[in-house]
Design a protein around this ligand. Structure first.
Ligand code: RP5
Length: 159
């Protein structure tokens, strides 16, 4: 199946965290692709990817990057698809640097920024699923079922 979600990351050192997004998408049977493309080390590749994404059928792009994390912002500047940014830790600033770099986009070019690290990677996938579910009743039911299951798990917790 053609991928609906593109997961980009600035380095293969980001894979350990960003694969969490892939796991969630897979569990909801949402086709996705993963690629390393760096806004500073391979800027032409990032530009090409972002410009061609919509034409290739992608609906949402998730970008994970650490340090001076401009990947999501650069991608967002080249496409009208929704872009979700995952700030990654790993630097001496623990991810605060990437959080600010990803979230603090000037007005007009939005990046939907999620939490730092694995929780953010997972939430990026959930947000992508919710965006896709706007036009996909089956996917909407799946996400509703998931939420109900999670709520029941909490209700049934014994401590
Ligand atoms: C960013 O710099 C990447 O997204 C990564 O999080 C960070 C460090 O990259 P490596 O030096 O590990 O390749 O561009």
């Amino acid at each position: 199946m053609k991928p609906l979600v593109g997961i980009l990351m600035g380095s293969d050192s980001d894979l350990e965290v960003m694969k969490e997004a892939g796991k969630i998408l897979k569990s909801f049977e949402v086709p996705y692709e993963m690629k390393v493309a760096s806004a500073h080390r391979s800027p032409l590749l990032v530009t090409k990817y972002a410009k061609e994404a919509e034409g290739r059928g992608l609906k949402v792009i998730i970008c994970g990057a650490g340090m001076a994390a401009h990947l999501a912002g650069v991608v967002a500047s080249h496409t009208l698809l929704p872009v979700i940014g995952v700030p990654l830790a790993g630097s001496s600033l623990g991810g605060l640097d990437s959080l600010f770099s990803t979230a603090q986009m000037p007005a007009g070019i939005p990046v939907a920024t999620v939490a730092i690290g694995k929780a953010g990677a997972k939430n990026a996938a959930f947000l992508a699923i919710q965006i896709l579910a706007l036009n996909d009743p089956l996917l909407l039911n799946k996400i509703k079922d998931y939420r109900e299951k999670k709520a029941k798990e909490i209700e049934n917790k014994k401590i």
